[in-house]
Ligand binder design. Sequence first.
Ligand code: GLA
Ligand code: ZN
Length: 676
Amino acid sequence: MWEKIWKTDKIAYGGDYNPEQWPEDTWEEDMRLLKLAHIDTLTLNVFSWAMLQPSEDEYRFEKLDKIMEMAKSHQMNVCLATSTGAHPAWMARKYPEVLRTDFTGIKRKFGARHNSCPNSPIYRKYSVRLAEKLAERYQKYDNIIGWHISNEFGGECYCENCEKAFRVWLKKRYGTLEELNRVWNTAFWGHTFYDWQEIVLPDRRTEHFSENETMAQTISLDYKRFNSDSILDCFRLEYEAVKKYTPDIPVTTNLMEGAYKGLDYRKWGKYMDFISWDNYPSNADSFSKIAFSHNLMHSLGDGKPFVLMEQTPSAQNWQPVNALKRPGVMRLWSYQAVAHGADAVLFFQLKRSIGSCEKYHGAVIDHAGHEHTRVFREVAQLGEELAKLGGEILGASKPAEVALMFDWENWWAIEYSAGPSKYLKYLDEILNYYTALHRQNIAVDVVGEEDDLSAYKVVIAPVLYMTKPGVDERIREFVRTGGTFVTTFFSGYVDENDLVVIGGYPGKLRDILGIWVEEIDALPETKENSFVYGGQTYRAGMLCDIMHLEGARSLAEYQEDFYAGTPVITCNSFGQGQAYYVGTRPEESFYGRLIEEICQKQQICPPAETPLGVEAVERIRDKEHYLFVLNHKEGVEKISVPVACNDLLSGKSYQEQEQLELAAKGVAILKWAESE
Ligand code: GLA
Ligand code: ZN
């Protein structure tokens, strides 16, 4: 599948370039500099709608024509954007319906970007028309390697058009008002609807105290689904439009934030030809969190090509404090993306603008305007390395024996829940398990509730609160046939409509886990419980399940409070497999312990053992192995190499067990071929 989609013969290198913001006589010098940095890919036309369509009846492509010609004559590949991430001012003035209404009910005026109502017929008409015109006009360019629809889709709209569309969406989902009233549990607080027109959007004026606090969880949940679908429709309409003329050019849109909460990216991934995303970690993010984001994004594609669409070469502009990327970090993080499956390393931005809010955002070409900067040198060095790597690594996959379940609808439902604890954050719980796996260099696929589990040895599903139809069946089958399943507190509570599964927690997972959870105690931040596991005492916080064994073994019991002596960690033998339950939020070291134990039992081995802070990730193509070793630490680190291999970056050869020394922020890509 990969070869049919991705057409470059090396890891693509480049990024967002906006020559339309500059006088034409500066372009040639830009090309000289970009070539010097071994850049071969330009992401063009991301925010040019106002330039391309100055009024309702007028389209002007002359400047973009020149830019496309320039790219071609300099042998640059192009990732061509459709420019629909910000509508022109004339459109907002003439058709105010394209403007969004925000969560508080404020109707926006023209300004900023990512600001169009996804259900505005005018917005849809003109965005699709523009995409189609671009495809028609540039279809002959054989250097277009991908379509970049719009930009960082996201946000919400609460306008009247959206309200109308919501009713249509609901009718399609539920058929009758009777069913809608049942699913929304509208008998509560007298919400019964007798006419579709009575239904309004759940926002600050209606069901919400604040963005995450709603009085009607299922209505809010359905709004999230609806909003994600509405915006996805905009993507899909443009997708169809460009495919009319360029069926062979793969289409993407740049996803963001790793796990961006607003859109159900797993559903989106199914409609994208390749997955791309923008990696802008905050200063507080650990390298395991960045790895999780890559892992999640890569998994969305289920084998489709994966691209790092944006990263800053150095500083960002939108954090409170925008630290420079230290020497070596840009290179390290670029290879981290490649290690996790990326076949392109692209930047925002190739050239710093002189005005507006991104003028101090890092760029390859700085305001100084020449190549004699630290950032330029680092970009050029990486460019040279990627050029030397040529076709190595491209398309190599990342097989995993462990799946971590992460599901957007579950996320929405958990964080809309009033009780048991507002400190419960889904992503934190996911990251606790992911980080433990990642520290041990265990390869992971991040899967959704609907995904097939049969290829894995271990499935970990932290806080599987919403068990959608079929998921319990898949888990039951997985464990019955020998799989190891791990889940936690606050799992199995509700169905896909956020309605409680009655008969005792954890609902449909109860027989698999062999427990009944009678109560759940939420601990204030200052309070803790504890338990002993494998001879070691661990602190337990936030939530404590009080449960009864129904076939499972207790592996640890609480030490304090009125439920002291009752089970907190359990394991149930079910069919040929095992189902673990972690009834609390333990301190960090516990996760490592549990993961190590499970992986040992299942004979799941990391590709290499490394000291803490050094990441080892493997990609495999046919019989060729590429082991990325990434030193995230500030000092020199050593590993002993697992097999005889060559480092593609340094050119050095290593014998099995030989010591490999990595400088601070250093990277090695160890290659070997499997013997027949
Ligand atoms: C996003 C956008 C870019 C740019 C960068 C800045 O990723 O897609 O247009 O604004 O952020 O970090
Ligand atoms: Zn709207």
